[in-house]
Design a protein around this ligand. Structure first.
Ligand code: BF8
Length: 641
């Protein structure tokens, strides 16, 4: 791979070159050597039974007249593409929601006082979310209203939260957090999720051979599962993480490979669930471990994160971020990574092969995500002895410091960033004391200083130039006075490009947005956390609706969503819950729908009539941003502002 074509980031380019010098293969090489399947990319390969795989390529030049393409059972291209799409939603929703379930289980242990390693750090947030689970926060004794015992509230919240995954009757409680009119729309359309697990299982049933054969009905079920992800599984993950680990507030941090230090023990945490990494932060900051590192000749312990674990730790502790999804192999290739600890999601199987070329200890920690290679160590993490496990891992990294064999090469590049915005801190910075908590933000939207709000989220994808599309889309948006809320690897990319600093507003923003940012002292691009924290974007949009003056539903707002470099099934689930929550959402790279024109039209056009939001795909990042701005302008016009 040509490093200059592979990434816009100089640190990444340098490490790709380094990998090539050392003969270590990375994702960038594999992306050159293997091209995607031309039929799969169009979404029209069905491998759901052993009569196939049935491949239904769109004839060159399109179809004239009736579309007669069929699989052996008679499945049409539209059915096949819709089944594949639904299964991606199921995969994505299950990943987020299983993460959420894990958090809820730990919270239940805390509420039952079965663990001392975790605690409730934010009681205020617990009280704020309790009513959404129909949990009372007060009791009436002899006609007098009193505060309810906090332990009782925590236990009931934990039990009700767990039920959201599998109760036999009624619908999810948390879905009512959406604006009332949107909730009523979902009710009328019959897409309210019953419980998280059921909606995912039902997708697997419906997409089994010979079941649901109507692409519109398949998308309806995808909607139930995606809403269960965004408004329930992911949202509960975010909220209970905030309750246990603290609700983020803006904090300064650093980002990019240059945060690693040659004279320190470098411990990199990678994956998604803060349950483990929170303990590692505490363990690595303990005097015992710091003294031990000094004994071994290190100047200290440098903890850094990759992927969404990085976002979780940065937003709550200011722990620096090593890089995005596509930089995971490169962190090891620095030769200075003494241990990399992984849990679930977005972890390359090739990490073990790269680690073999260096001294790096690669440690898996989750029973559902193990690696077969013999150089990988498995330390199964358990919330009941979390601190003990975390110390074992930190000690292993320290012990490995003296084993470095390859020459250390750490790029110098790193950027300063402000991370850790959320519904609460946006209210603090852009709220007001009159007419609702998001009044100032709404006022600035109405008066046009802020043209609209965009959510730019999601992954890197080795089929596009690393970070290029994220940064081009974001810059185009803020230049046109659109404030950006970002999460996941997109947020890390923004940090690497210096866009998460208040100072960048003067350089990159249109005059209206620059004025707002300079007055309030915030960056034009607000880091809202990890991918499960896209729930924060949904709730921020809900607050904008509640603050008034901009319509009754999220669909009425001048907002748009984007995932410029998406690659994971989680992104599809996120995209679909944004769309069906009323947000026009544009994906970059490609969407596997092109081989099924009627299904594609359903996603890109029909859904707007049902939900107010619709899908789109635009690989050119400037056009991509322009389409979002055009939608924002359309909404402004409809609002008469
Ligand atoms: O959940 S943005 S590459 S790290 S999937 Fe993965 Fe995509 Fe990054 Fe986090 Ni989200």
């Amino acid at each position: 791979a040509d490093p200059l074509n592979a990434s816009i980031d100089p640190a990444t380019q340098q490490m790709i070159r380094r990998a090539q010098e050392l003969g270590v293969e990375t994702v960038f090489d594999r992306a050159e050597n293997m091209k995607p399947c031309n039929i799969g990319i169009q979404g029209i390969c069905c491998k759901n039974c052993a009569m196939g795989p049935c491949r239904l390529p769109l004839p060159k030049g399109g179809i004239e007249g009736e579309d007669t393409r069929k699989g052996l059972c008679g499945a049409t291209a539209n059915t096949i593409a819709a089944r594949n799409f639904a299964r991606m939603v199921a995969g994505g929703a299950s990943a987020h929601s299983d993460h959420g379930r894990g958090v809820a289980e730990v919270f239940l242990s805390v509420a039952r006082k079965e663990t001392e390693d975790y605690e409730i750090k934010d009681y205020h947030k617990l009280l704020a979310i309790a009513p959404h689970f129909d949990v009372d926060t007060t009791v009436t004794v002899d006609g007098e209203v009193k505060d309810r015992d906090m332990d009782e509230i925590a236990l009931e919240v934990a039990e009700k939260a767990m039920n959201e995954w599998g109760k036999p009757d009624s619908e999810c409680l948390y879905i009512k957090r959406a604006p009332e009119a949107t909730y009523n729309r979902w009710k009328e359309l019959g897409v309210l999720p019953r419980n998280v697990d059921r909606e995912i299982v039902e997708i697997m049933h419906r997409t089994h051979m010979g079941v649901d054969q109507d692409y519109k009905n398949l998308i309806k079920q995808s909607t139930r599962a995606a809403l269960a992800d965004g408004w329930v599984g992911s949202m509960i993950a975010t909220d209970l993480q905030d309750v246990m680990f603290g609700t983020p507030s803006p904090v300064q941090s650093e980002v990019n490979l240059g945060i690693m230090k040659a004279d320190h023990v470098n411990l990199v945490v990678h994956g998604h669930e803060p349950i483990l990494s929170e303990m590692i932060v505490a363990a690595s900051q303990s005097k015992e471990m710091m003294d031990y590192a000094a004994e071994k000749g290190a100047k200290g312990i440098q903890l850094g994160g990759i992927c969404c674990t990085a976002n979780e730790l940065a937003q709550r502790h200011g722990v620096p971020i090593v890089g995005t999804f596509l930089q995971q192999e490169l962190a090891i290739i620095t030769g200075a990574c003494d241990a990399m600890v992984v849990d679930v999601q977005c972890i390359f199987q090739n990490l073990a092969n790269v680690a073999k070329c260096f001294h790096t200890k690669l440690i898996t920690t989750h029973p559902i995500a193990r690696m077969e290679q013999n150089n990988v160590i498995h330390i199964e993490f358990d919330e009941h002895h979390a601190m003990e496990d975390a110390k074992r891992i930190v000690k292993m990294a320290i012990d490995n410091f003296e084993n470095r064999k390859a020459e250390v090469m750490i790029p110098v590049q790193k950027e300063t960033q402000v991370v850790g915005f959320g519904v609460e801190s946006i209210e603090y910075h852009l709220g007001g004391s009159f007419r609702g908590s998001y009044y100032t933000l709404n006022d600035n939207i109405i008066n046009g200083r802020i043209r609209g709000i965009a959510g730019v989220v999601g992954c890197n994808n080795a089929r596009t130039k690393h970070n290029n599309d994220h940064i081009t889309v974001i810059k185009e948006l803020i230049k046109n006075d659109v404030i950006v809320l970002t999460t996941g690897c997109s947020a890390i990319a923004a940090g690497m490009a210096g866009l998460l600093s208040p100072e960048c507003a003067a350089v990159h923003c249109g005059p209206g947005l620059a004025e707002v940012c300079e007055t309030v002292g915030i960056p034009p691009v607000l880091h809202l956390g990890s991918c499960v924290d896209n729930s924060r974007i949904l709730l921020a949009a809900t607050e904008v609706v509640k603050a008034g003056g901009l319509g009754k539903e999220i669909k009425d707002l001048p907002v748009a969503g984007s995932a410029p470099e998406w690659m994971s099934e989680k992104a599809i689930s996120i995209g679909h819950y944004f769309v069906t929550s009323g947000v026009y959402t544009v994906f970059g790279v490609t969407l596997p729908v092109d081989g099924a024109p009627a299904f594609k039209d359903h996603l890109y056009t029909d859904l707007e009539g049902l939900y107010g939001g619709m899908w789109d795909c635009e690989p050119d990042p400037v056009k991509h941003a322009q389409k979002m701005i055009a939608h924002i302008d359309k909404k402004r016009q409809e609002l008469g502002i």
